[in-house]
Design a protein around this ligand. Structure first.
Ligand code: ADQ
Length: 483
């Protein structure tokens, strides 16, 4: 019987070793949730890196780690410290991540990192080849594994391979600057179905395939060797019910059950009749437009001084890739900007920005989502942005306003948000004012229609539609071959 193999850079498990004892917890991210039912039901295997380098796993702990991984229907790709440095921090995060997000000035092209990227993609392929059988369905995820589909297809042509990119695919003019552009395109073309969050990313990819490796495309199909490869957009959703139900439970909470964070948020909200809160949540990443957001909020307070003392920006930045220099610079810049705006406007009873630099537990995320009147999500570039969707899902009273960057993939589906260009501070200030003054009826109309769409197109549905398309492409291929 054929099985399903899911492959991502990281396994959906958090494994920790302390004094030769290991502890394992399940990841709660969007991908882990979306794949949950596929992975738990039926015959399936998840292949990825455990998060522990080979140097961190000792002879005493190796067996225990291995057993836990197998128990969770996973298989581990062994990565050394050197792999993590060059493949992950080097090529994935200093080349592909900035390039694909149009940050050319941050992009480095290092031969040594490219060699490591190829080597590690091959390591993934070796583990896949140990487990795969003809007829299996394979779903490869994201920019760390662009070469993997082809490495598998070369050895196992009778497998059905899907690839999904979670970040933007850049336009031809940007992608053509990349020294290893042909190899990467050919790597992706090992897949039978290639998925993106939006139609624009799909279009960019097809244009690169035509112009750089001169393949024929017919609408969203590519003829390559003797295969037809399908390219399509699958906008990723969230676990809508999980966020909605958590917010509903939060509504019914009594005073004693409230977290300290919730109590502090309440203090501000009840401080005056017109006190309001604006929320932003992201990984601390330069693509998320955090400095722009602080500057735009500063400009808003200057342009509309009547909001001083009343409106507060609650900004949660989750530490990320903190050993990459650009992220260290961003951290410093963010600290300075928060210091500047708070120094400039604070009074004894009010500070304009509350800044948390840490990862908060799920319950506290719900505290933030449900307490804030406006979510201000202003990435410079973002493949999708799930935070925007999670905010809307938690608005159980159908109030609240989403101010969203046009540069986030999510903006293509969320037309009822107030859309902004993250570089236009004038427009952001005006939209913030519009959001804070929006009549309840209008808020309800906008939130209700976004909620209906998010509920319909949940992350489970996203995974289901991708698999259906992948299995259809297999059926079509079989028909062509048998003719
Ligand atoms: P990310 O860049 O990580 O994902 P995003 O889509 O916003 O960005 O997802 C972040 C996730 O982390 C959200 O589900 C959020 O709830 C969670 N999170 C944020 N802060 C947290 C905290 N403090 N504690 C716990 N969880 C927290 C990449 C791409 C995106 C794309 C996703 C999915 O960059 O564009 O939307 O993959 O494809």
């Amino acid at each position: 019987m054929s099985k399903t193999i899911i492959i991502s850079n990281r396994l959906p498990l958090q494994i920790k070793i302390e004094e030769d004892e290991i502890s394992v917890s399940q990841s709660v991210g969007g991908l882990a949730t979306g794949m949950k039912s596929v992975h738990e039901d039926g015959d399936s295997l998840w292949i990825g890196w455990s998060g522990l380098t080979e140097e961190e796993i000792t002879d005493t702990t190796r067996d225990k780690v291995q057993k836990e991984i197998e128990k969770n229907k996973c298989a581990m790709v062994p990565l050394s410290e050197d792999d993590v440095d060059h493949f992950y921090y080097g090529f994935s995060n200093k080349t592909l991540w900035p390039l694909f997000h149009y940050f050319m000035e941050y992009t480095t092209f290092e031969q040594e990192n490219w060699e490591s990227y190829k080597r590690v993609n091959q390591k993934f392929a070796d583990v896949v080849l140990d487990h795969v059988e003809d007829g299996d369905t394979i779903w490869v995820h994201d920019y760390q594994l662009l070469l993997l589909p082809n490495y598998i297809k070369q050895k196992k042509p009778d497998t059905n391979i899907g690839f999904f990119l979670h970040i933007p695919f850049p336009s031809y003019e940007v992608f053509r600057t990349f020294p290893w552009r042909e190899e990467v395109l050919e790597g992706m073309l090992g897949a039978d179905l290639i998925g993106f969050h939006t139609y624009d990313y799909e279009r960019h990819f097809l244009s690169c395939v035509r112009r750089l490796i001169h393949l024929e495309t017919n609408f969203n199909e590519i003829s390559y060797d003797d295969r037809i490869i399908k390219v399509d957009s699958f906008p990723m959703g969230i676990d809508y019910d999980k966020f909605y139900n958590a917010a509903l439970a939060h509504e019914n909470m009594n005073g004693d059950e409230k977290s300290d964070i919730q109590k502090r948020l309440d203090e501000h909200l009840y401080s005056s009749d017109d006190a309001k809160m604006i929320l932003s949540i992201d990984r601390l990443d330069y693509t998320k437009g955090i400095p722009n957001r602080i500057k735009a909020f500063e400009y808003f307070l200057e342009k509309y001084p009547e909001y001083q003392q009343k409106v507060r920006l609650i900004m949660l930045a989750v530490p990320s890739r903190s050993n990459v220099p650009q992220y260290q610079l961003l951290k410093r810049e963010t600290d300075e900007l928060v210091g500047r705006i708070n120094g400039k406007f604070s009074t004894v009873s009010w500070t304009p920005v509350w800044y948390f630099y840490r990862s908060l537990p799920f319950d506290n995320l719900i505290d933030l989502y449900t307490s804030c009147d406006v979510a201000m999500i202003t990435p410079i570039r973002d493949g999708m942005n799930l935070v925007a969707k999670e905010y809307v899902a938690t608005r159980v009273k159908q109030d609240g306003v989403l101010v969203l960057s046009e540069m986030a993939g999510a903006s293509k589906e969320m037309n009822e948000a107030l859309l902004i260009n993250p570089n236009n501070f004038e427009a952001i200030a005006d939209k913030l004012k519009q959001a804070l003054e929006m009549p309840k009826e209008e808020q309800k109309e906008r939130i209700t229609s976004m909620q209906a769409r998010l509920k319909r197109y949940s992350v489970e549905k996203w995974a289901e539609e991708f698999f259906t398309a992948l299995n259809t492409s297999k059926t079509v291929r079989n028909t062509i071959v048998s003719k």
